[in-house]
Ligand binder design. Sequence first.
Ligand SMILES: *Cc1c(COP(=O)(O)O)cnc(C)c1O
Length: 368
Amino acid sequence: MTYSDGTRSVHAGLPAPVVGEPFLPGPVFAAPYHLDPATGPGEHGYARTEHPTRELLESAIGALEGAPALVFASGQAAITALLLAVLRTGDTVALPADGYFTVRAFAETTLRDLGVKLVLIPTASHPYPDLTGVRLVLLETPANPGLDVCDIRAISAAAHAAGALVAVDNTTATPLGQNPLALGADLVVASGTKALTGHSDVLLGYVAATDPELLGRVETWRKQTGAVPGAFDCWLAHRSIATLDLRLARQSQNAAAVAELLLTRPDVTGVRWPGLPSDPSYPIASTQMRRIPGVVSFDLGSAERVARFLESAELVFAATSFGGVHTTADRRAQWGDDTAPGFVRFSCGIEDTTDLIADITAALDSSR
Ligand SMILES: *Cc1c(COP(=O)(O)O)cnc(C)c1O
């Protein structure tokens, strides 16, 4: 039986029912476990290597991505583990020029010092550059924060023909928004800190892959370097995944309304949302993605106007990160990101659409 997204979210990774036990067993707080003095470790010996609460979360994420998954202490822990487990001195890695900036910073320092060559490719490149000589291509689609998208299926086919592996950062879309492995990618990597868990209370990352040898390399890396999430964070994350379908549905509905509103405003420029038929991302997003995320980007012209807008809005928190149940807005240039001073990454929460639209309209009017 194949179930739809709401059912899959609720049941992802739950153990088979046991009379007298909870649906989702509580976090197991243990570093070492009792060993059999004669035979040594059984299923669980030491939590850096194996942990029951973490394994349940991994089976939940794996069920949604469609391949075995390994979780990490943050998205950056997952991405750097993937890069360092796959790349060797002399290799070339292709990264999105417009993707999550910390990944580029890592490549320009640590990877460069290790002798890994870097090429930066804008997500919306048409045609996509030749990948001959590249060992690994990391795609980020939709890219954060500009929301360009790329064709995972076409780029994966071209990369494989050139002998390159393909990894996709699925943070913004989430596994209910798109399944990169089904589209031909070799690896999926993501921050679970954002929409996947969605309550702004947990740092999490994961890597998923169909090829056991490839995922095994990442697992050995994690075991030897140790960036595992704690038991309580794993449990909180797993509990949150039950509502993923509901949260994404409301966030996407709110984003559609916010994008439509912003398009009518002469005092707002550069409105981007891949679900708008007029958006440059729409042709690929509408065929490749199963749903469009709740993130909208736009420009209010200056840092001062963004500040006035956020001071005036009651339902929009000034905060970084995105994908949470609360609506938030982040002026990216304050972090040294390569964006205009008035550029805003706006993350729609799950508030009622009419309340949100009224609040944003009033805040735009009074901040003009
Ligand atoms: C936030 C983010 C990351 C990093 O994740 P953390 O959990 O903050 O370490 C990586 N990629 C993308 C696209 C992100 O948005």
